[in-house]
Design a protein around this ligand. Structure first.
Ligand SMILES: [Zn+2]
Length: 380
């Protein structure tokens, strides 16, 4: 019995690794396509000079009237139409969604604001990458855009230090992010970055950022990074960051997928998505002699899309049976970025002369911290 429980636990772990994340902080998918800049006119934490006080508490994304995708798995806590409000937000957001996700022991609330259409209802489950709304210009908005805001643990709009800078939490495709802390900087201290870090087109330059954290006490920093400035959507390269007339000066190199601390450039805190794996469905599938003109072998293809700062990658490709027992070790070596193809022969991968029996098998590709699993069916 104990043995069986261990196997079941193993299978559970195998499935949990399917999403292949390794990060110290929460990771979102972008709610807009990669071509949309996630960094608009008002920066995170930028004081509103025209309002009675407070700062901009989220990010403005330059999407006009187009599909907004869920940034995370979770559910819709509140879908506000027109003048509706959820009790936590004095609605300047127009049509908006408040969604709720769990991450570690934290609750992450995401607000999607100024929507023209809402495609989900209060209580619906939502899934990363699925359409949830159409962006727009409702509420207190001077042009179509998506206001995207994160509140950690408490959705009340004035709760202290609950906001987080989404620029540091997006998973990235082809870009990185830089953060740091200018000591003793008041809010709205200008932090320059050179050269222009924005990929283009269609991104618009933002060759500076602003510090945040004091002027509006709802504005928080990441629990681990503890930053007071950040640059997202940074194209790979080496940058000089300066503030306070050069009193603060850092040189930092960032690669695609990295979230890097400018204050400790020898240490990379995050290597999110640096390595990108694709594990393809085996072909043929199902496979085996019971398939017309079939045979007991199948091809598994995979791609390693990026290398980690020139390092080679420890790659393992293992086949498990439905009980989680390892039945074949197909790859176990260092590999560099590229496309690979492996043949798996079920007649040559068992203690018995005839090979594996019919059934479901799983194959798992692991490369450094990253992992993907797929299922295949053998019919003999
Ligand atoms: Zn906004």
């Amino acid at each position: 019995m104990r043995y069986l429980l261990v196997e079941l636990l193993f299978i559970t772990i195998l499935f949990l690794t399917f999403t292949s994340t390794h990060s110290q902080t929460f990771r979102f998918e972008r709610p807009v396509p990669d071509t949309i800049q996630t960094h608009g006119n008002y920066l995170y934490g930028e004081p509103w000079f025209w309002a009675s006080g407070g700062a901009h508490r989220g990010l403005d994304m330059w999407i006009t009237y187009d599909t907004v995708y869920s940034a995370a798995d979770g559910y819709v806590e509140f879908a506000a139409f027109a003048s509706g409000e959820d009790g936590y937000e004095p609605n300047g957001f127009g049509n908006y969604l408040r969604t709720r996700s769990a991450w570690n022991s934290k609750t992450i609330y995401i607000y999607y604001a100024h929507l023209s259409e809402i495609l989900v209802n209060t209580g619906d489950s939502i899934f990363t990458g699925k359409p949830i709304a159409i962006s727009g210009n409702t509420g207190n908005s001077s042009g179509p855009h998506l206001h995207f805001e994160i509140r950690e643990n408490n959705p009340y709009y004035l709760a202290e230090k609950t906001r987080r800078n989404p620029e540091l939490w997006f998973s990235m495709s082809g870009t990185g992010a830089i953060y740091g802390r200018v000591p003793d900087a008041e809010d709205n201290t200008r932090v320059d970055i050179s050269p222009d870090p924005k990929p283009r087109p269609p991104y618009t330059t933002f060759s500076y950022g602003l510090t945040y954290g004091f002027f509006d006490n709802t504005i928080g920093s990441d629990d681990i990074y503890n930053e007071n400035y950040a640059f997202g959507d940074v194209k790979p390269g080496t940058y000089t960051i300066t503030a306070l007339d050069g009193e603060y000066r850092r040189t930092v190199t960032v690669l695609a997928g990295e979230v890097i601390n400018a204050d400790e450039t020898t240490y990379i805190y995050e290597r999110e998505n640096i390595l990108s794996l694709t594990l393809e469905q085996n072909y043929p599938n199902p496979f085996g002699e019971a398939i017309p003109s079939g045979n007991p072998s199948t091809i598994i293809k995979y791609q390693i899309l990026k290398e980690v700062r020139g390092e080679r990658v420890e790659v393992r490709l293992v086949v498990y049976d439905v009980l989680g027992r390892k039945v074949a070790l197909l790859v176990n070596k260092e590999q560099s970025a590229g496309s690979y193809e492996v043949q798996f022969d079920a007649s040559a991968n068992s203690a018995t002369a005839s090979g594996l029996s019919s059934g479901i098998y799983y194959y798992q590709l692991t490369a450094n911290y990253y992992s993907q699993v797929r299922k295949m069916i053998l019919l003999r």
